[in-house]
Design a protein around this ligand. Structure first.
Ligand code: 4AD
Ligand code: MG
Length: 432
C-alpha cells in the first residue's frame, strides 16, 4: 500500500492509498454515513465513511473517533462531485494509532493566555499551521536570495563577551572562571570579521534581548538575519535590502496563497508593496510628524505610533535614514556632510507593522571607532578584535539585520508577534 501526503492526492485519483495523520473533526450524516476532516501536516481532506463499504467492525471504529486522535486511513481519493479542485477520500479501512481524550482547544473562543499555555497543542490549528508554513517560506526565500547574490552563510556565535546593541538588554550567562558571557543581540560584529575573508556574508539564527517592554512587536528571543558586505556603502546597502524584501513578497504570494487566505490576509495589499520603496531622512520624518501635529524634537526616536503615522499614506515600506548619532549604535559611520548624523537606516513596513530592518554603513576608521567605544564606557579589551578589523585592511562596508518575526507578521497580517514563532519567549512567559 503506497503511503502518500494529502498535498499529492491529485496524482492518486482512483487508486487505493494510505494516509497518516490526525482527526480535525467529524460529522454524523446518518446511521450509515460519517464524514471525517483529516489532516496530515501537508493539507486536509474530507474522508467519507460509508458503513456498507467499510463493514460493521471498521465503521464502529469510525464511530469511536475523537478530535486529534491519530489514525491511518486507507482508501481511494476521488474528485469532489461539485467543487472544482477539491478531493474526497473514500474510506476502505482505518486503524487508530492513538485515541485522544477530549482536546483542550475547542471551537469556542479561548483567551490568549490559555492558548499560549497550550502552545504545544495550539500549533495544530489551521491558522497556526498556515503561519508556520509562511515562516518556512520566508526563511528560505531570504537564504535563497542571499545565496544567489554572492553572500556566504557565516554562523556567528551566540555566547559572546560583549554587547553589540547597547548594554540595557543583555542576558548574562555565568561563564566558568571568565566571569559573565552574554547571549548575542545580533551577529553583526562577527560578520564584520567574516567579510574581510569572504566579501559578503550572512547569519540567521536566534538572538536575545532582555526587553522589558510588553508590546505586540517584542520577543526576548527572536530570529535575526544579519547580512554584511565589503565595499558596499550606505545607498547600495538600502538597495540590497529593498531587492531582498521585494523578492520575499513575491515568493510568499507565489507559494502561500492558500495560507494567506486561511489568515484572511489582503493579498492585494501585499502585491502593492512590491513597488519602489520610499525614503526620507530622520529630519524629514520629524518635519512630517510635526506637520501632522505630533510634538517631537529633532533628536527623538520613534515609537510604534510615530512609525504608523509615517507610513499611513504608503503601500510600500519606508526607509528612514541619516539619524542623530545619539540615538543610534556606536558602530555606525558618520555622515561626511554632518558630524552629528550617522549613515543608518530603518526600514518601516506599511500597514502599521513597524520597523522590520535596521542597517547602516559601519565606521571603518580605527581611531574614530576607538573613541566611540571609549565613550560608551565599554571595556576596550573586549573590543580589541573588532578594532583590529580597522587596522588590517579596513574597507568601507555596510550591513543590515532583518527581524524574521516582524517580517512574518507583516507578510501574514498578524497583529501579535507571539503567533509567528513556534514557542514565543516574552518577559512573562517561558512555558511551554
Ligand atoms: O535594529 P536592530 O537592533 O539592529 C541590529 O541589531 C543590527 N546589529 C543589525 C545589523 O545591522 N546587522 O535589530 C534588527 C531588527 C529590527 O529592525 C527588528 O525587526 C528586529 O530586529 N527586532 C526585534 N524583533 C523582535 N523582538 C525584538 N525584541 C526585536 N528587537 C529588534
Ligand atoms: Mg533598530
Amino acid at each position: 500500500m503506497e503511503k502518500i501526503l494529502i498535498k499529492d492526492i491529485e496524482k492518486h485519483i482512483g487508486n487505493e492509498v494510505k494516509l497518516q495523520g490526525w482527526i480535525r473533526n467529524y460529522r454524523k450524516a446518518s446511521s450509515k454515513l460519517r464524514f471525517i476532516i483529516f489532516r496530515d501536516g501537508s493539507g486536509h481532506i474530507q474522508a467519507v465513511a460509508f458503513k456498507p463499504e467499510l463493514g460493521e467492525e471498521k465503521f464502529d471504529i469510525v464511530k469511536k473517533l475523537t478530535i486529534e486522535s491519530s489514525v491511518e486511513l486507507i482508501g481511494i481519493p476521488n474528485k469532489h462531485p461539485k467543487n472544482e479542485g477539491v478531493f474526497e477520500f473514500q474510506l476502505t479501512d482505518i486503524n487508530i494509532v492513538d485515541l485522544a481524550p477530549e482536546f483542550p482547544i475547542s471551537k469556542k473562543e479561548h483567551g490568549p493566555d490559555f492558548l499560549l499555555s497550550h502552545r504545544h497543542l495550539w500549533l495544530r490549528s489551521p491558522k497556526q499551521n498556515a503561519l508556520m508554513k509562511i515562516r518556512h517560506t520566508i526563511y528560505f526565500a531570504i537564504c535563497n536570495y542571499l545565496n544567489d547574490n554572492d553572500f556566504y552563510r557565516f554562523d556567528s556565535p551566540i555566547l559572546t563577551p560583549n554587547a553589540s546593541e547597547g548594554t540595557t538588554t543583555l542576558f548574562e550567562v555565568p561563564y566558568f572562571d571568565q566571569g559573565n558571557a552574554y547571549l548575542s543581540q545580533s551577529g553583526q560584529l562577527y560578520l564584520e570579521a567574516g567579510i574581510m575573508s569572504l566579501g559578503r556574508v550572512y547569519d540567521f539564527g536566534p538572538v536575545f534581548r532582555a526587553e522589558k517592554s510588553k508590546t505586540r512587536k517584542h520577543l526576548t528571543e527572536f530570529w535575526m538575519m544579519d547580512a554584511e558586505a565589503a565595499f558596499v556603502e550606505h545607498a547600495e546597502n538600502m538597495e540590497i535590502q529593498e531587492n531582498l524584501i521585494r523578492f520575499v513578497i513575491q515568493t510568499v504570494i507565489n507559494k502561500n496563497r492558500k495560507e494567506l487566505e486561511i489568515l484572511e490576509r489582503d493579498i492585494e495589499q501585499l502585491q502593492k508593496a512590491d513597488a519602489p520603496f520610499k525614503k526620507m531622512s530622520h529630519r524629514e520624518a520629524i518635519d512630517l510628524l510635526k506637520s501632522k501635529g505630533v510634538e517631537i524634537g529633532y533628536g527623538d526616536d520613534f515609537g510604534a505610533a510615530e512609525e504608523e503615522l509615517l507610513t499611513a499614506d504608503s503601500d510600500v515600506p519606508l526607509f528612514i535614514d541619516r539619524w542623530p548619532k545619539e540615538i543610534k549604535s556606536f558602530y555606525m559611520k558618520r555622515d561626511p556632510d554632518d558630524e552629528n548624523i550617522v549613515l543608518g537606516s530603518d526600514m518601516i513596513a506599511p500597514e502599521g507593522f513597524g520597523e522590520i530592518i535596521g542597517g547602516s554603513q559601519r565606521e571603518d576608521d580605527h581611531d574614530l571607532l576607538l573613541e566611540r567605544i571609549k565613550k560608551e564606557n565599554y571595556d576596550i579589551k573586549d573590543y580589541q578584535w573588532f578594532l583590529d578589523l580597522r587596522k588590517f585592511g579596513s574597507v568601507p562596508h555596510s550591513g543590515f539585520g532583518i527581524g524574521l518575526e516582524r517580517l512574518i507578521q507583516w507578510m501574514s497580517g498578524v497583529r501579535h508577534i507571539r503567533e509567528v514563532i513556534p514557542f514565543p519567549r516574552m518577559i512573562h512567559r517561558i512555558y511551554p
